[in-house]
Design a binder for this molecule. Structure first.
Ligand SMILES: NC(=O)c1ccc[n+]([C@@H]2O[C@H](COP(=O)([O-])OP(=O)(O)OC[C@H]3O[C@@H](n4cnc5c(N)ncnc54)[C@H](OP(=O)(O)O)[C@@H]3O)[C@@H](O)[C@H]2O)c1
Length: 334
């Protein structure tokens, strides 16, 4: 096969505050000829995720930082173009962590085969991928059960919209907050949330006092900050918090003070559990079976916002911090 030129996004500089397009470059690279035990993959969809903001900073965390001048990585779904490994053949659909680029070569163990029968294949980045699994793990972690009143922030995003739908299937009363009227409509009409509100209008606490006058059992936290403070105020005795994300603080140059009412954890005997989905990869098959079953039965919807072309991938990523996605933000490559 003739040499393949692939475009990829590299980290040009580390941001201070909100990242901008100047922190990235779009570069071309020529792939080496394929070796034995290697597979050549063309990406069809790549994922952009809020957690990648943390990887733009230098410093130790649960995943290594992106390296300056090097291509970024992240979730992707692609198709095998050529294979010199018996495990894969051309046409196979695979997920990998070789996102932010058009083509790549990998060893079989770096690829995960997925079924082409399930469409669109981008669902493997969303409801049936990392974000859907985060939602599923979060609910399991604090044993969300029938009758619970659960409040989910960032509810119209990739994690939140699946968490809410799964909580409905478990028989919960589900309340969600999101940042626009369009998102509120989506939550009520497509995800069957019992209550959804726009947190950019009235304070979250006022909404919660009105919509959950007897309090909430569970808070699924995707944003942190003032929303966490409001949830702490309305959690019932023995309430549980799933600490999943804190996007409200990801672009702060200096850490913001924590909630002023943390003492509620003591007085109400609350449990707050942190979650990193990567810790749960040994449960992936179980997740795929359960949530894949709901998806094919039409019980869980995969909503996505699709941006086209690798040259628009950075804009898609930056748009996450301006709430411009409904459901999972993905980039479709040509
Ligand atoms: N712990 C884990 O293993 C794990 C795994 C995946 C994701 N996460 C976390 O889960 C959260 C959701 O991730 P996702 O992939 O589903 O993203 P997402 O919700 O699909 O997209 C991000 C959304 O966050 C909201 N947002 C942006 N800036 C905000 C701000 N300053 N304050 C409040 N909301 C803001 C926007 O929605 P609005 O229009 O509603 O504001 C935006 O659409 C993130 O915090 C992410 O880091 C954690």
């Amino acid at each position: 096969m003739s040499k393949i030129t692939s475009r990829e996004i590299r980290l040009a500089s580390r941001p201070k505050g909100i990242p901008t397009a100047a922190n990235f470059t779009l570069a071309r690279t020529e792939l080496e000829p394929l070796q034995d035990q290697q597979v050549l993959v063309r990406n069809l969809f790549i994922s952009v995720d809020p957690y990648m903001r943390g990887r733009m900073n230098d410093g130790k965390s649960y995943v290594p930082p992106f390296e300056l001048g090097k291509p970024l990585d992240g979730g992707a779904v692609g198709e095998v173009i050529e294979s010199r490994a018996k495990e894969f053949k051309p046409g196979d659909a695979v997920t990998s962590s070789f996102g932010w680029r058009e083509y790549f070569m990998a060893s079989p163990k770096e690829l995960h085969r997925v079924s082409r029968d399930i469409q669109p294949l981008s669902v493997y980045l969303g409801a049936l991928g990392m974000t859907g699994m985060t939602a599923w793990v979060g609910l399991n972690l604090v044993e969300v059960k029938a009758g619970d009143v659960i409040f989910i922030s960032g509810a119209a995003g990739a994690v939140g919209s699946v968490a809410g739908q799964l909580a409905k299937l478990r028989g919960c009363r589900v309340i969600g907050s999101a940042g626009s009227a369009e998102k509120v409509k989506f939550l009520r009409e497509e995800c069957a949330f019992d209550v959804a509100f726009n947190y950019k209008g009235e304070p979250v606490l006022d909404h919660l006092y009105r919509e959950a006058p007897d309090g909430i059992d569970v808070y699924f936290d995707n944003v942190g900050g003032k929303t966490l403070e409001a949830a702490l105020a309305v959690l019932r005795v023995h309430g549980r918090i799933i600490a999943c994300g804190g996007i409200a603080g990801y672009n702060e140059e200096t850490p913001q003070p924590g909630p002023s009412n943390l003492f509620n954890i003591i007085t109400k005997r609350l449990t707050m559990k942190g979650l990193i989905v990567l810790d749960w990869l040994d449960r992936q098959a179980e997740f795929e079976k359960e949530v894949g079953g709901y998806f094919t039965a039409g019980k869980v919807k995969h909503k996505e916002t699709v941006v086209k072309g690798i040259d628009n991938a950075v804009d898609a990523f930056l748009a996450l911090f301006h709430g411009q996605n409904v459901g999972k933000m993905v980039v479709q490559l040509n």
